[in-house]
Write a protein that binds this ligand. Structure first.
Ligand code: SF4
Length: 207
C-alpha cells in the first residue's frame, strides 16, 4: 500500500504571527528543485536526514496545539525545502483538519502546475518567495527558470484569488539591487498581486 509520507526536517511550535496569522506550527519538508546560493535549508538537510511521517502521524503531532489554533485563527504552515512538492500529502492532511485551522504554504512555485491545482482548495494562504522577477537574476541565483514561477503565480492568482497570495521579494546581496527589487514589485502589481512584502536576506555563516 502506498501511504503518503512527508519528509519532515523541521517542526516548530507556537510561532506567533510568523508566516501565518495567530499561532502556527511550522512543518518543514525536505526536497527542493532549486539551488539558491544562500539556501540554509539544504545545508541543514545534509546534516539531518528527514523523518518520513504519515498524514495521521503529522496530524497527531500538530493537534496538541488545537486550542491555540482555534483561539487565534492560526494553524499549520508547510515550509521547506519546497512545500508544494508534497501537494498530495497537504491535500490529504487538510482533509483531516478541523475547518477552523488555517493551512499556509511557503513556496517558490518551482513545481509542476498540477501541484498548484492540487492544493488550491487545501491551502488557505500562500506565501510565495519569488526571488526576483528578472529571468537572468532569477536563474543566476536559483539555477531555475523564472518563467515557471511566473506562470505558476498567474495560475495561483487566477485559481485561488489574490487575497490568498502574499509574495515576498528579497534583496539578495550580490545578486540584485534595490532598483531590481522595486522593478520586481512593480511587475507583481501589474500581474494583480496586492500583498507584496519587500525584505532583505540576512546572510549568516552557517558552517
Ligand atoms: S527555494 Fe528555498 S529551499 Fe529551495 S533552494 Fe531556494 S532557499 Fe533553498
Amino acid at each position: 500500500m502506498n501511504e503518503l509520507r512527508y519528509p519532515l526536517v523541521g517542526f516548530d511550535r507556537l510561532r506567533m504571527e510568523t508566516d501565518g496569522e495567530g499561532v502556527t506550527t511550522l512543518v518543514a519538508g525536505g526536497g527542493c528543485p532549486l539551488s539558491c546560493h544562500y539556501c540554509i535549508n539544504k545545508k541543514l538537510l545534509a546534516k539531518a536526514p528527514a523523518e518520513h511521517v504519515t498524514v495521521s502521524e503529522l496530524y497527531k503531532r500538530v493537534s496538541i496545539d488545537d486550542l491555540y489554533f482555534r483561539a487565534t485563527g492560526g494553524g499549520v504552515t508547510f515550509g521547506g525545502g519546497e512545500s508544494l512538492l508534497h501537494a498530495s500529502f497537504i491535500k490529504e492532511f487538510r482533509g483531516l483538519c478541523p475547518s477552523e485551522w488555517n493551512i499556509y504554504a511557503e513556496t517558490s512555485l518551482a513545481v509542476p502546475r498540477e501541484n498548484i491545482l492540487c492544493v488550491c482548495d487545501a491551502v488557505d494562504y500562500f506565501i510565495v518567495d519569488c526571488k526576483d522577477m528578472n529571468p537572468d537574476i532569477y536563474h543566476r541565483y536559483t539555477g531555475g527558470e523564472e518563467n515557471l514561477m511566473e506562470e505558476n503565480l498567474k495560475l495561483l492568482l487566477d485559481s485561488c484569488g489574490p487575497e490568498r497570495v502574499r509574495v515576498r521579494v528579497p534583496l539578495i546581496p550580490g545578486y540584485n539591487t534595490p532598483e531590481d527589487q522595486a522593478k520586481s514589485a512593480q511587475s507583481l502589481r501589474e500581474m494583480g498581486v496586492s500583498k507584496i512584502e519587500l525584505f532583505n536576506y540576512v546572510i549568516r555563516d552557517t558552517e
